[in-house]
Design a protein around this ligand. Structure first.
Ligand code: PLP
Length: 459
């Protein structure tokens, strides 16, 4: 009988086909912007794929190439400027293949020392970008959501060490500019959340005023504040210095969600905007956003990693050996919510080692520059208008006279043509929400011509 785990000629051929495809994808200079199809349409195209005897690798791979791959929108397309796109380096993508091929269990040093060593080298660089004090360290997570959850749970467990709060439901404060994952993860951690009602920069004063308006019981339940280091919608960096000072004075955990903006810590032109981040108790940074890693790769950094260990370290007789003296080393599982984990920081390490950190600086600065260039083009255009000055690599702008449905139609049209993916968003203007258009630049290979062509389709 044929085995799935034994090498034979068919498998060698398949390996070569897959590698050829991967090399083609990595080295291609142009990609199509794919389009989703309805599930029924995809099903009609590919038929039954999971059967008792299998349909064969060659046939399945052809289905992938012919139909399924085309239903994806690659995040690294230079005219994919929606949400927070991505642009993994070729070196990082290649090492993602190596990571997969190496079958490394990244939870414990005993099994994954080589991979975890590399992750930690990359992590040291990330910590150094923040300016956090000696002893601060972090781990790679599946993304910003998991990092935010890991941080919130750490903060809550630390707060609950005080018997006075043991039976209290915790409360955190953030602003409406915070990412949806903060609200979602507060729910998972069963803590209440109070939102400062402004999408503009959250200041220490706003925070202090909000705290002063809490009831006595709410104040007792308040244990953490989440500031954002680059809001997803508009790239706004909260007043981290001011928020840090209030947190220190009020004895609150200070978390900075820099999932998107954290990559910009490397950029000299904007580094000063993050001042105060070094005082954070925890920070989220997603290498799969602006540090050019493939999905998925987030990270959570702690001022005192021991507190995260107290909150997250899992116990079990089958795990004892991994914590034994003889298995000494750093165990990433202890510092976030996941046990079994991919060494997902490995591609970042390889890319950093290959290119050096200066290249990262240049690539991030280019994203910021593209936002400025787009801003100037919009300002120069009689039918277009900036909603606010570009911030980091986000640009919010309006097409004069357009209604929300015009933005939606325009997005679909450009996507249908396989030309670009630029999606609308809403911006809070007083009490009203206005539908506007938004660019988020990550890919340094996006050109001025790309921006010009996209703006031209609005006229
Ligand atoms: C500021 C911020 N926080 C958190 C997240 C969630 O990260 P992920 O999608 O990696 O879970 C995002 C995603 O865009 C973000 O921009």
């Amino acid at each position: 009988m044929k085995s799935m785990h034994k090498i034979d000629l068919d498998l060698i051929e398949m390996t070569l086909d897959v590698m050829k495809y991967a090399i083609g994808r990595i080295s291609a200079t142009e990609h199509l912007i794919g389009k989703p199809k309805k599930e029924e349409e995809l099903k009609a195209l590919v038929g039954e794929t999971i059967t008792a005897k299998g349909i064969g690798g060659e046939y399945a791979f052809n289905l992938w190439k012919e139909h399924l791959a085309k239903a994806n929108v690659p995040v690294d397309h230079p005219r994919n400027l929606a949400f927070v796109p991505a642009s993994p380096t070729k070196a990082a993508i290649m090492f993602d293949l190596v990571t997969s091929a190496s079958s490394i269990h990244g939870a414990y040093w005993m099994e994954g020392a080589g991979g975890i060593f590399c992750e930690n080298e990359a992590m040291k660089w990330m910590v150094s970008l923040t300016g956090m004090p000696n002893g601060a360290f972090g781990v790679f997570t599946s993304g910003g959501t998991a990092a935010n959850l890991s941080a919130i749970v750490t903060a809550r467990e630390h707060w609950r060490e005080n018997p006075e709060y043991e039976r209290e439901k915790g409360l955190i404060i953030t602003s409406i500019g915070a990412h949806s994952s903060i609200k979602a993860m507060a729910k998972v951690a069963d803590v209440d959340i109070l939102l400062v009602d402004s999408e503009e920069r959250l200041t220490g004063e706003d925070l202090m005023t909000t705290i002063q308006h809490l009831t006595e019981h709410q104040r007792k339940r308040l244990f953490a504040v989440v500031a954002t280091g680059g809001t997803t919608n508009a790239g706004i960096i909260d007043d981290l210095e001011g928020v840090a000072a209030v947190c220190e004075q009020e004895n609150l955990w200070f978390h900075v969600d820099a999932a998107y903006g954290g990559g910009a810590l490397v950029a000299d032109s904007v580094r000063h905007l993050f001042n105060g981040i070094e005082k954070a108790d925890s920070i989220t940074i997603d290498p799969h956003k602006w540090m050019f890693s493939p999905y998925d790769c987030g990270a959570v950094l702690y001022k005192e990693p021991e507190l995260a260990k107290n909150a997250h370290s899992q116990q079990g007789s089958y795990l004892d050996i991994f914590k034994d003296e003889g298995a000494h080393g750093f165990n990433p599982t202890d510092y976030q919510i996941q046990l079994t984990r991919r060494v997902r920081g490995l591609p970042l390490w390889f890319s950093l080692a290959t290119h050096g950190t200066d290249r990262y600086k240049e690539a991030v600065e280019r994203g910021i520059e593209l936002a400025q260039i787009a801003g100037r083009m919009i300002e120069a255009h009689p039918d277009l208008e900036l909603v606010r000055e570009p911030s980091l690599s986000c640009v919010l702008y309006r097409r004069k006279g357009w209604q929300p449905e015009d933005y939606t139609h325009w997005t679909y049209e450009n996507h249908r043509k396989g030309f670009a993916l630029v999606t609308p968003t809403k911006w809070k203007n007083g009490d009203a929400f206005e539908t506007v258009s938004r660019f988020c630049f990550i890919n340094p290979d996006t050109t001025e011509k790309d921006i010009e062509m996209i703006l031209d389709t609005m006229i």
